[in-house]
Design a protein around this ligand. Structure first.
Ligand code: SF4
Length: 324
């Protein structure tokens, strides 16, 4: 918490808001107490869900401390301090099970919880005879090789020069984006479970669900176009473009402005399908929670016959797009 203590003292803050991702919420109240004791501020915990650095709430405080994420540099948020929360890492030989699956040229990827071990993993793989290629940070991400669920540019940067991607991190969320966006095999090495898996089967399963949603939306006459007010998810220009596109194709689009996108808040709207301009992963990872098809913009383009079904077009929010 040292970066937070320092920022609070340097700026003379009196009130501080704290944001935690779901997985770290158990530490929230204890952390608020620590901040109050160490710096004399009044601390308040955001009880809203927090999904990433894209998601900073309005809080009536001098400073917000977001735990567990790296900043999105292009957002340049002056009132926010990010405190990373790296996870423990096992001895590197758990990576040995990946070696026969990777080929010689490996695109190495990770997420923010495992970034501190990245250079050690590079060195280990190179000792085993692999040539490791790493894509750089792009302004939406802070570190080389760092993936977001909505930004797989480090993979795109080296795609075509690697035999496989190795994602070192927990869960499938970040690596699935790469599997969907590229045709290169994606291997996951999970430092928590020490499991190694290929994402080919998961990719096929997810693509079947996405194709079914696109097919259903082809028949839709009226769309709800979702726009989130979250600072790193706000894509109003895209939403307007979608509305115009739908009109040019004889369909209707209604703009729906919200903070957190949820099935409950979308119920009751008289539309046949939704197009989501907020977090691109809502349509993919939460599809079963929604009664009506929820498409990303590139998926809508497929439904309207403007893009081919194959390769699957992953929706991404890169810094370049957001600033453009
Ligand atoms: S937009 Fe979605 S995937 Fe991207 S950082 Fe935010 S929560 Fe994660």
């Amino acid at each position: 918490m040292e970066p937070a203590f320092r920022a609070i003292r340097d700026r003379g803050c009196k009130t501080v808001g704290i944001q935690f991702p779901d997985g770290l919420r158990l530490r929230a109240l204890e952390t608020a107490e620590d901040l109050e004791r160490e710096t004399g501020v009044t601390a308040m915990v955001s009880a809203q869900p927090t999904f990433g650095a894209c998601d900073v709430p309005q809080m009536p405080v001098d400073l917000i401390v977001q735990i567990g994420h790296a900043p999105m540099p292009y957002l340049n948020l002056k009132k926010v301090v990010f405190v990373e929360a790296p996870m423990a890492f096992p001895p590197l030989d758990f990576l040995d099970a990946t070696l026969p699956l990777l080929g010689r040229r490996v695109g190495l990827l990770t997420n923010i919880q495992h970034q501190p071990w990245f250079s050690k993993v590079v060195a280990y793989l190179e000792e085993q005879g692999k040539k490791v290629l790493v894509g750089g940070a792009d302004g939406r991400t802070a570190y080389e090789g760092q993936l977001l669920g909505c930004d797989v540019h480090p993979a795109r940067e080296v795609e075509g020069r690697v035999d496989s991607f190795l994602y070192v991190g927990t869960g499938d969320f970040h690596a699935l984006g790469v599997a969907l966006a590229t045709t290169t095999p994606v291997i996951v090495a999970d430092p928590f479970t020490e499991e190694v898996r290929n994402l080919a089967e998961l990719k096929d399963r997810v693509l079947r669900v996405r194709h079914a949603a696109i097919a259903l939306a082809q028949e839709a006459a009226t769309f709800g176009i979702i726009v989130s007010r979250k600072v790193g998810q706000y894509r109003m220009a895209l939403a307007r473009k979608i509305k115009d596109l739908l009109a040019s194709r004889g369909r209707k689009g209604h703009l729906l402005l919200m903070d957190t996108v949820s099935p409950e808040l979308l119920q009751g709207h008289k539309v046949d399908a939704f197009v989501n301009t907020a977090c691109p992963r809502i349509a993919i990872d939460d599809a079963t929670r929604y009664e009506k098809p929820v498409l990303t913009f590139p998926e809508l383009e497929v439904a309207l016959g403007l893009k081919p079904w194959d390769p699957y077009p992953l929706d991404e929010i890169t810094a370049q797009q957001a600033l453009g």
